[in-house]
Design a protein around this ligand. Sequence first.
Ligand SMILES: [Cu+2]
Length: 588
Amino acid sequence: MSDNVAHALSGAGGGIVSMILTYPLITISSRLQVQRNSAHPSEDDYKNTGDAFVKILKTEGPQGLYSGINSALFGISVTNGIYYYFYEAVKAVFEKRGKRSMTTGESMLAGAIAGSAVVFVTNPIWTVNTRITTYKKKLDKQEADGKPLKHQRAPTTMETAMEILKTDGFKGFYAGLLPALILVINPIIQYTVFEQLKARWMKLKSSNLSAWEFFVLGAVSKLAATGITYPYIVLKARQQAASKKSSGTNKPSLIQELRDIFKAEGFAGLYNGLSSKLLQSVLTSAFLFMMKEELFRWAVWTLVVLGARKPARVVEPLDWTYNNTTVRKLHYFQYDSSYTHRMPQPAHLGLLGPVIRAEVGDNVTVHCWNKANVPISMHPHGLHYTFEDEGALYDGSSANGSSPADGHSIVWGYHSHVHEDKDVNAGLVGPIVVYKEGTLGAWSPRDPDREFFAAFMAINDAQSSILSNSTELHYTINGYTHDIPDMVMEYAERVRWYLMAWGGEMDVHTAVWSSGEVMWGYQASNEMTLMPASFRTVDMLANTPGRHTLFCKTPLHRKGGMEAAYVVREAVGSGRRKNSKAKVVPSE
Ligand SMILES: [Cu+2]
């Protein structure tokens, strides 16, 4: 399941809370809009937002301010849910195709698609809602004139919907559809301004934004959007409020309505009731964006608990044994989607975290639950990421698939980047393998039969981000010293070695295979140099049965433990590839 469901849920939730907080302003703004300046001014007319607030509270009590909130809550949750669902879905398509963040133009198009979907679903809801709030006002007026209406109270949502269906038919729900569609421009402006400001602000700050910064961004973006589109809101509310029953004639067209307003009230009429409406929509937007990020996290976890999310990584302590000493480390564990079962990984990976496998063009989402008592992150090498997904506190990005000259897959890696060197010494590293499109899990004849990972790491226990009683320096491959379990291959298998080096100036290594040559591109050698934070992918044909050694050529490193046996088993049977088959599991 992709993120857009979680975005839809959190958008809906954020909308509901924001709506409850700001709904009284909607009531006031809606009534002010309907109350035309020129139509028989009376004592009861609201003079301004504050006056309306006091009058409604005095005559109708708090429930007067919240009349019609049911359909408003329903409306906002549906609106936001649909909007975020489509916006994030379109965004994912753009980002997958372009392999980068959306451009401004793309984000506007995504907004237009999402906004249009919203309008077609929600226009009936808002039609009903506007009728209810304006009916109350009419009710008061008619009572004062001694001509009571049919209902002596504001009708319920269902009654109003049935009424519209009876008098205007189904198309009654789509009164004011055109201005509503024009209003799609509002969220487009709002989200574009929001995204642009957010990106710039984050770059300036070099970190994530706080809830209050989101509040300000939400307010500013909505201010810009509503300032531009407000006249349409006035038109829409008036057109929806003008039902056949009260006017006795057909509904005025949009142009007619516009002309009438100009004639009677001038340009200012288009901004009638602006103060309360603007305040309300700006506050709603501000609250929504303030809560959205946090609610998104909750939504993700809810989906995880319901089992609707993919497997996840959990960082937990791990007691790791070198030759004879046991040291507390941290480890990225892979769990199933319920977070109850640890997924096994090949023994030779040792201290390395789970292998992240992806094809060129894939979006990789990792859900990481930090159960350690130190802050950690996940910073990828070789993948494209946006600033939010950097996992490190500087700006930079790299995107490297396997090029035409490479084999079908190349290795990269990830590590925690809160305290880079200490986190790596703690054990928070793991491999990333990027496959060519269409080759992951579907092997073609040129693909390897087997994959091994070998990270050459000088691990300094004294410089670890998790406290331990050890201050030793260990020369390891995958955390192992002098031996790695289960590095066994069959005769004539094509074996791909994914080599990694991390750490600092100590981590200059020369990997050597005692069995003979490996191929790095078109270059054959029995060794491969590794510099700190470098990644090499080499291929080997397992044509020399026996027990061999993979080691670092630096004597100090090898003596310290940077060596491991690998075994090429004797051929069984006659067929060259009798026992060979793809050993690689597809990425989750
Ligand atoms: Cu070395």
